[in-house]
Write a new protein. Structure first.
Length: 404
């Protein structure tokens, strides 16, 4: 349990946050703070509080304060007349509740025993999880271990990711083996030895060619199309090169579904779909207007990823989206400029016209002007066929594969 105070000109008011993230309403009455040296003020405030304690009107209901809580507030009053912090209610075991929910939603076939896993080195880690290389039934796997098991949002994201991954079956989606519930929560999934697409393209000696870029983009579009065609449909909400893995054969595998949500059906949460989540440089501008995240918002992210790959090939080195603009130092500035002023990364002039047009369509300000994932896949396939016939697209002289 964490305790925090907030002081205002009217006095000190106690505010508590339970581990489940539920915020208790603060006392708004002047009787929250009493001054000993002002006997008249003390008398009036105590009389006012006594009246509130005995009343069962609508104000008490609105504040979600029980009679017991108000009485305990009296007992906590010190000699100076100042209220001590409230004793928080017993903490609900969120982990146990969420674990029970998981077992209700998932078939027992997905539950893996901790003893069946072998742990290897750490592959990476973030604020909420750490990923290990490991093995399961003599198969190389990646094991994602949740760090914070008592934070409501972390638990919710973990639960959503777990449920969604168990439903997905596509070659472009990282394979899900199952979940470990004790002693810690873990997701066991496919191990991709070549790491993320981001970590691959930032290396100066990596083989980034037009063939590979078109192949990766087609696989990305195909994978996203499988999400959008789920019953009910899914949106990823955090597409970026860091969340695209490369398997042994350098095929794209989409991962990290913690922010993914359904857009229809009983699992759809409209309030969640208007929240600004994900990485700002890849986030669609309509989210700044409190519009819902849709399948076309994922396509916007694909456009930024395509730019990142094309720019890496033509320039010969990796550059993060919007890094060219020195006035954009913070992520929120990038998002504001992209949404309000339609600012986008600069497409290199050497980029083929058809590729440039496709990138611009994908990151169009208006969602309806962006192609669907299925259309994007077909356009990319046509571009790949066109490139194979002519192979006259710009390729830098230091490219690993040169034009004939």
């Amino acid at each position: 349990m964490r305790r925090s105070y907030a002081e205002t000109p009217q006095g000190r008011r106690g505010q508590w946050r339970g581990s489940e993230g539920v915020e208790r309403r603060q006392h708004k009455k002047e009787s929250s703070v009493l001054y000993k040296n002002d006997e008249t003020s003390v008398s009036k405030a105590e009389e006012k509080e006594s009246t509130e304690t005995t009343e069962t009107d609508t104000q008490t209901t609105e504040k979600h304060e029980t009679q017991e809580e108000l009485n305990s507030a009296k007992k906590r009053k010190t000699g100076t007349g100042v209220l001590l912090p409230k004793i928080p209610p017993p903490n609900r075991n969120l982990k146990a509740e969420t674990q029970e929910f998981i077992l209700q939603q998932l078939s027992s076939q997905w539950v893996i025993q901790h003893s069946d896993l072998t742990f290897g080195p750490v592959l990476g880690q973030g604020l909420t999880s750490v990923v290990h290389k490991g093995s399961f039934k003599e198969q190389e796997v990646a094991i994602k271990v949740l760090k914070l098991e008592e934070q409501q949002q972390d638990l919710k994201d973990f639960k959503e990711e777990l449920f969604i991954m168990s439903q997905l079956k596509a070659h472009e989606i990282v394979h899900f083996y199952g979940v470990v519930l004790e002693p810690k929560w873990m997701i066991v999934m496919e191990f991709c030895p070549n790491g993320s697409l981001y970590h691959y393209i930032i290396k100066p000696n990596s083989e980034v060619t037009w063939e590979r870029i078109l192949k990766w983009c087609i696989e990305l579009a195909r994978g996203i199309n499988s999400l959008h065609n789920c019953k009910p449909p899914l949106v990823h909400r955090d597409l970026k090169t860091l969340n695209l893995l490369l398997d042994r054969d350098f095929n794209i595998k989409i991962c990290d579904f913690g922010l993914s949500r359904y857009t229809q059906g009983k699992q759809c949460d409209d309030a969640t779909l208007v929240k600004l989540r994900g990485t700002y440089a890849y986030t669609a501008p309509e989210l700044n207007s409190s519009k819902q995240y849709t399948a076309k918002s994922d396509i916007y992210s694909c456009g930024v990823i395509m730019w990142e790959l094309v720019n890496r090939l033509i320039k010969g080195k990796h550059s993060k989206p919007y890094a060219e603009f020195p006035d954009l130092k913070y992520d929120f500035q990038v998002f504001i400029q992209a949404s309000k002023n339609n600012r986008r990364p600069t497409i290199p002039p050497e980029c083929p016209n058809k590729v440039q047009e496709l990138i611009e369509r994908c990151w169009s300000k208006e969602p309806e002007e962006r192609p669907s994932a299925a259309d994007l896949c077909n356009i990319l396939k046509n571009l790949k066929s066109s490139y194979k016939k002519k192979k006259k697209w710009y390729t830098p002289s230091n490219s690993p594969i040169k034009l004939k």
